[in-house]
Design a protein around this ligand. Structure first.
Ligand code: MN
Length: 239
């Protein structure tokens, strides 16, 4: 996605959603004067998307301080470092998905591009209390046996990932859904992924995502996060 398309998507994502005042203040609107398609030295190519809710959206699952640090420090650092690495590599005009699928990613683009893409997806698919449509439930039942089986696969994928990484729900090239896990900031779009697919849900299992509230209890974090998935948005990401 180019910058303009990305901004458009960010605006669409934000549309109709009430931000907490602190969030509305924290993020300014994109500067239209710079959306001519040219990339100037020093301009960000990718922007940190707005959170679709405030830091206190689901305190029983993610405490506000963790969300604030995770978004304003970690996600922002991946964004800034991705832009720096793209400038150094002279990579322009590609969507983040296309960049993720490139051969032989440099370590800086692999780590920071992955961090950027993965966190965009993570924040986008959370909501306070999401429900699954019958249509999507049928798809889950067809591919996993039951929604309970999907939940178990997702929490196992997150719990068994040694060290830092992600658990994913993906769609393969035949349209079938599967669960996988990647280390660090890798994701299933990358050539290095054990199983390639189009991610429609990503769960961050880095300690920075849960340690303040859960300390070493990653399984409890996983159990709770599966209660705040925006299944409507996840389903809409299927192709
Ligand atoms: Mn993270």
């Amino acid at each position: 996605m180019n910058k303009r398309a990305f901004l458009k998507k960010s605006l669409l994502v934000s549309a109709g959603i009430t931000l907490a005042p602190s969030m509305a203040m924290a993020e300014s609107m994109p500067d239209k004067s710079k959306s001519s398609g040219s990339i100037f030295f020093g301009d960000p190519i990718f922007e940190l998307p707005k959170l679709p809710y405030g830091y206190n959206a689901f305190p029983e699952t993610i405490d506000p301080l963790t969300m604030e640090i995770h978004y304003t420090k970690h996600h922002k650092a991946y964004t800034d470092n991705l832009n720096k690495a793209l400038q150094e590599g002279n990579i322009k005009g590609k969507s983040i998905e296309d960049i993720m699928r490139m051969d032989n990613l440099s370590p800086a683009i692999r780590n920071n591009g992955g961090g950027y893409y993965n966190h965009n997806l993570y924040w986008d698919i959370l909501t306070p209390g999401g429900t699954m449509s019958d249509h999507f439930k049928n798809k889950i039942t067809a591919d996993f046996g039951s929604t309970e089986a999907l939940m178990k696969e997702l929490s196992d994928a997150g719990a068994k990932r040694f060290g830092s990484g992600w658990a994913w729900l993906c769609q393969d090239k035949d349209g079938k859904l599967f669960v996988s896990s990647t280390p660090n900031q890798d994701n299933p779009l990358m050539k290095v992924a054990e199983r390639a697919g189009n991610p429609i849900l990503g769960i961050d299992v880095w300690e920075h995502a849960y340690y303040l509230k859960y300390q070493n209890r990653r399984a409890d974090y996983l159990q709770n996060i599966l209660k705040i998935i925006n299944w409507e948005k996840v389903a809409a990401k299927m192709v």
